[in-house]
Design a protein around this ligand. Structure first.
Ligand code: GDP
Ligand code: MN
Length: 389
């Protein structure tokens, strides 16, 4: 569960880290009033649990309460990453001298949290990794104590930052790591971590994500858990699945198994398609749940295509196929739909889909099913029957 930026910054401040003071606002008038209270100069930010707001024009630096009001009127109601902006964060303005990057994420490869730091903040971590890999430091974090591996300090010293800043980064990172461990976080990202005009560090942005499995240990956040989901994410959660909407997507994805879901997002990108979501149906899927979940995607008219890829271990694939057919009939999506079902009752399922005129990927490799969808979108003829499974 992602904590709101407002709540996340409260948490940082409570643990002695600097973050700009701010007020939430739900209307332009409230935003104007908040800016006035903060002294006029302010930053107006869309408070939604997705990044990339700066680029999308959802973070505005303003000079006066009137400007804050105008910015708020413009930002409220806009949609970004599947979330409608209903709340704004109006913050005191920080005079930015430079922007750094600091995060702690759970790294399954290392089987523990890892701290990532770069003096090239502001841009997304993927861009830093691609463009300035030598300016990116990683260090293991002890999952029980939050202690950062000692080579972090050594490598930090090698970045040729001002001595005083190095000390500040070390202290900030050490405290963030303790916060991470104490709250069972999966992610703590401060980007940018700003060096202000006084040379001090302050968290201009803050993304904290608590492990849902540990929420029971953090009663203070449970009420927020629900409200951080978008309506469609909530709908899928209610059906027993997990959906994460992705900004600027064009292809809907349904699959079972989170690993396969993640892999499919990569596969789609590899054939030049932008996934609109991650959607894991959860295990043991039957007719009703499949119907509900397929409805969530196939009622969307704006996609370029949808791909459904399910493995039938306990699931009965013929029931799944029937649900897909019923939803397709009801919503008549105007774009290609490719379905790959492998496992329990697959032959019966494929027969049903064939008869309904839905493209069946008779393949084992998901890459091939993804390619079929890409071909169908590009208007090339596809025939899953000539494939190899
Ligand atoms: P994100 O794009 O969703 O990650 O939103 P951020 O909170 O990181 O804001 C985007 C950008 O707005 C930052 O990289 C900063 O350059 C800028 N920004 C945010 N807060 C301030 C501030 O207080 N003062 C100034 N000058 N710029 C800010
Ligand atoms: Mn940011």
């Amino acid at each position: 569960m992602r904590l709101s930026e407002f709540r996340g910054k409260q948490l940082l401040r409570a643990r002695g880290l600097r973050a700009p003071n701010g007020l939430t606002a739900a209307t332009p008038a409230e935003a104007g009033k908040a800016a006035a209270e903060l002294g006029g100069k302010a930053v107006v930010k869309a408070m939604i649990p997705v990044g990339g707001r700066g680029k999308a024009g959802l973070v505005r630096v303003v000079e006066t309460p009137a400007e804050a009001e105008a910015a708020a009127a413009d930002i409220l109601g806009r949609v970004h990453g599947g979330h409608t902006v209903r709340t704004l964060l109006v913050e005191e303005r920080v005079n930015v001298k430079s922007e750094l990057y600091l995060s702690i994420i759970l790294d399954s490869g290392r089987r523990g949290p890892v701290l990532i730091f770069s003096p090239e903040g502001g841009m997304e971590i993927e861009a830093i990794a691609a463009e300035k890999p030598d300016r990116l430091l990683k260090a293991g974090v002890d999952p029980l104590t939050g202690e950062i591996a000692r080579d972090f300090s050594v490598r930090l010293a090698g970045l040729e930052l001002p001595l005083d800043l190095i000390g500040q980064v070390e202290r900030f990172a050490a405290q963030l790591a303790r916060i991470y461990v104490d709250h069972d976080l999966l992610l703590a990202e401060v980007n940018p971590l700003v060096v202000d005009d006084g040379g001090c560090l302050i968290a201009a942005d803050c993304k904290l994500e608590i492990d849902d499995s540990a929420l029971f240990r953090h009663q203070e956040f449970i009420a927020e858990a629900e409200s951080s989901l978008s309506p469609i994410e909530k709908e899928v959660k209610g059906l027993g699945g997990t959906l994460v909407a992705m900004p600027d997507g064009e292809v809907g994805v349904i699959c079972n198994g989170a690993g396969m879901g993640m892999a499919m997002l990569d596969m789609l990108k590899n054939v030049g398609l932008r996934p609109a979501n991650f959607l894991d149906t959860g295990g043991g899927i039957r007719y009703q749940r499949m119907k509900g979940i397929a409805t969530v995607l196939l009622r969307e008219k704006g996609f370029r295509g949808v791909i459904i890829n399910l493995w039938g271990g306990i699931a009965l694939l013929d029931e799944v196929a029937q649900a897909i057919i019923d939803v397709r009939d009801e919503y008549q999506p105007p774009y290609p739909l490719v379905v790959k079902l492998v496992g329990n009752n697959q032959e019966k399922a494929r027969e049903l889909l064939d008869r309904a005129g839905i493209a069946v990927a008779r393949v084992v490799e998901t890459e091939k099913a993804v390619q079929m969808l890409a071909d169908a979108i590009a208007g090339r003829v596809t025939d899953g029957r000539t494939a190899d499974a």
